[in-house]
Design a protein around this ligand. Structure first.
Ligand code: ZN
Length: 239
């Protein structure tokens, strides 16, 4: 199976459309959380993913937009965006976000947003956190998001390595791996292009990609919808 792995789309429709256009045919689309929050187009992003039959797990922003839970942990700009999204979405859309599962296992991968220790909130940035997460998985591999930085944490013979992939890099899924596809809608590794990955379960590989998109159009929409301007500005730098 060829599976598109997307994460942290954050209501950035223009970025999502660019990724889907570049993706080519896939057998499934998996999204490891934070489909909404921060960006200008939460309803349109949810509708497009539904149309494409994507599998979504719940992120901390998804829950905050759905129910208001956890807003006290957000910085002021994230909280302001989540409150606006709560008002823009229909009750049906909020309920769907609130009902998303936090951990899902498919095809040998366990998906969640943060970590398997704390599916909504933990940032997996170290080999220790990655190992602890993999220890709680019943599958060989895992997929997480939340950091907005693409990475593969690979555990083999008790040793853990961290790969920081660039556009076009193919990483073999040897041993046990935790894969982070980076962020479609708000990358934070200094590269403003949308980040995503494609899993090939037959080949046992994950390939990382960056897709250029019209950042200025997303920025225009963020400002036009009254979201905090800093959420537009940061997209220029991918930070
Ligand atoms: Zn996020």
């Amino acid at each position: 199976m060829r599976i598109a792995l997307l994460s942290d789309i954050h209501a950035n429709l223009i970025a999502l459309e660019a990724v889907l256009a570049r993706l080519g045919p896939v057998d499934a689309i998996w999204v490891t959380g934070d489909t909404v929050g921060y960006g200008p187009d939460p309803s349109d992003v949810l509708a497009l993913l539904r149309e494409r039959g994507a599998l979504l797990v719940q992120g901390n922003h998804d829950l905050a937009v759905a129910t208001g839970a956890g807003l006290e942990w957000f910085n002021e700009h994230a909280a302001a965006a989540a409150e606006l999204h709560r008002g823009w979405l229909s009750a049906e859309e909020r309920d769907a976000l609130g009902a998303l599962r936090r951990v899902v296992a498919r095809e040998g991968f366990t998906l969640c947003h943060g970590s398997l220790r704390d599916p909504l909130w933990e940032y997996v940035t170290t080999s220790g956190a990655a190992r602890a997460s993999l220890e709680q998985a019943d599958t060989p591999h895992g997929c997480v998001g939340h950091t907005h930085i693409p990475a593969v944490f690979a555990s083999e013979d008790g040793r853990m390595s961290i790969v920081r992939p660039s556009d076009g890099d193919i990483v073999r899924l040897d041993g046990r791996c935790l894969v982070n596809a980076g962020s479609v809608g708000q990358p934070r590794d200094g590269d403003p292009r949308a980040s995503y990955a494609v899993l090939d379960t037959a080949a046992g590989t994950v390939t990382f990609y960056r897709a250029s998109y019209r950042v200025d159009e997303t920025q225009r929409r963020i400002r036009a919808r009254g979201l905090p301007a800093v959420l537009a500005d940061r997209l220029t730098y991918g930070l």
